[in-house]
Design a protein around this ligand. Structure first.
Ligand SMILES: NC(=O)C1=CN([C@@H]2O[C@H](COP(=O)(O)OP(=O)(O)OC[C@H]3O[C@@H](n4cnc5c(N)ncnc54)[C@H](OP(=O)(O)O)[C@@H]3O)[C@@H](O)[C@H]2O)C=CC1
Ligand SMILES: O=C1CO[C@H](CO)[C@@H](O)[C@@H]1O
Length: 347
């Protein structure tokens, strides 16, 4: 049984906690929070941009630490799950690795590429697993899309377009500093960069136009450059949607033999599926793809944590690979440079 300790109980700490309820071979046995109400199980202050608010949680079977350093020193923790704001990732991950703890850290690995490289190098040197919690490949529509791209079930992917937009979030004071987040490029659009690198391979270069703020991407349109045989991929992403559009994402994927479409988001506070995952076939038919039904709101996080737990038993890290997280971050920097210089930038 892998005993998981969560550090930081905000939107993601709570989401991981709920997601971990359904994994096999692992469970959350400890958490660390600075907040006295949360220490006693009152998680009602927690709310993110999807999922329900936190409630009253029975913490009697859990070790509740007010200082994450105590959690890192606990010999009964097998996997440290760092759910802190991004600017805290480097210090806490380095401490966790130094304590010999296999570590899962929320995305992005860091805003600073040098720090990100140091984290990966430290894990390699210590022989301690470091995983980055990029969850998008575990969402059923994206999981289906990645499998379709990699298996060529519908022929080769010829072209694709991705979308990910939010209105600026207001659930956390920690998210108000654009430089700490790395802008919506590194905070949000990195999901697409990671997914594209995971499903299609790392692009050779990017060409982007968009809006920069404090040197970071606020809104971006990117063309991902592959060799002459590669797919034509583009994405639009950013944080300039009006307040009624809290979150929206989707894709259009043009395969040789079919087109795969998906588009959904939170409009006016309601989850709206504009286009369920649909297969447009060459015979003219359009069918909704059967996806697992009745999944909990945090099911993708369950899958993500399952891969992390399985990795400690020798299974591949898959989409949680820290090198893939580095690639995704590097693409973000190439995009910002492309917007700045107006040129195609190698990745
Ligand atoms: N995969 C995904 O879909 C998403 C990923 N994320 C990522 O998750 C990470 C956390 O984001 P999110 O959960 O939204 O942020 P929140 O602000 O909601 O939660 C972060 C928590 O970290 C703790 N914390 C904050 N500052 C400090 C500090 N100085 N020292 C120690 N602890 C601190 C607080 O927990 P406490 O009060 O318990 O101490 C806080 O609630 C980010 O890296 C973000 O990019 C975010 C949203 C979605
Ligand atoms: O997917 C996400 C939803 O929006 C949040 C706010 O930008 C991001 O942090 C997160 O990664």
């Amino acid at each position: 049984m892998t005993r998981i300790g969560i550090v930081g109980l905000g939107f993601m700490g709570y989401t991981h906690f709920e997601g971990a309820r359904d994994i096999s071979g692992g469970k959350v046995t400890a958490f660390a929070t600075r907040n006295t109400a949360k220490l006693s199980g009152d998680w009602t202050s927690i709310q993110g941009n999807f999922g329900p608010p936190g409630g009253q949680v029975d913490v009697s079977d859990l070790k509740c630490y007010s200082d994450y350093k105590e959690l890192l020193a606990d010999p009964d923790i097998d996997l440290v799950d760092v759910c802190l704001p991004t600017d805290k990732h480097f210090d806490v991950v380095m401490e966790s690795l130094a304590a010999g703890k296999p570590t899962l850290v929320e995305k992005p690995i860091s805003v600073d590429p040098e720090q990100a490289k140091q984290m990966v190098a430290a894990a390699d040197k210590a022989g301690v697993p470091l995983l980055v919690a990029h969850v998008l490949p575990f969402f059923p529509e994206f999981s289906f899309a990645a499998k379709a791209i990699q298996s060529k079930e519908f022929g080769k992917l010829k072209a694709g377009h991705f979308k990910r937009v939010i209105c600026p979030p207001d659930w956390s004071n920690d998210m108000s500093d654009f430089r700490k987040l790395g802008g919506w490029g590194i905070d949000l659009h990195i999901h697409d960069n990671h997914f594209i690198a995971h499903a299609c391979g790392k692009p050779d270069a990017v060409f982007s136009t968009g809006l920069l703020q404090d040197g970071f991407v606020n809104h971006v349109h990117t063309s991902y450059v592959y060799g002459s045989d590669g797919p034509a991929i583009s994405a639009v992403s950013g944080g300039i949607a009006a307040k009624g559009l809290a979150f929206g994402h989707g894709f259009e994927l043009y395969f040789e033999d079919a087109t795969l479409l998906f588009d959904a988001g939170t409009y006016g506070g309601e989850w709206v599926v504009n286009r369920p995952l649909s297969l447009v076939a060459s015979d003219g038919s359009v069918t909704a793809v059967d996806l697992p039904e009745g999944d909990k709101w945090c099911a993708a996080f369950t899958q993500e944590l399952q891969v992390a737990v399985n990795h400690l038993q020798g299974q591949p890290a898959g989409p949680l690979s820290s090198n893939l997280a580095l690639d995704a971050l590097n693409i973000c920097y190439a995009e910002a440079k492309s917007i700045q210089d107006g040129t195609i930038v190698p990745v």
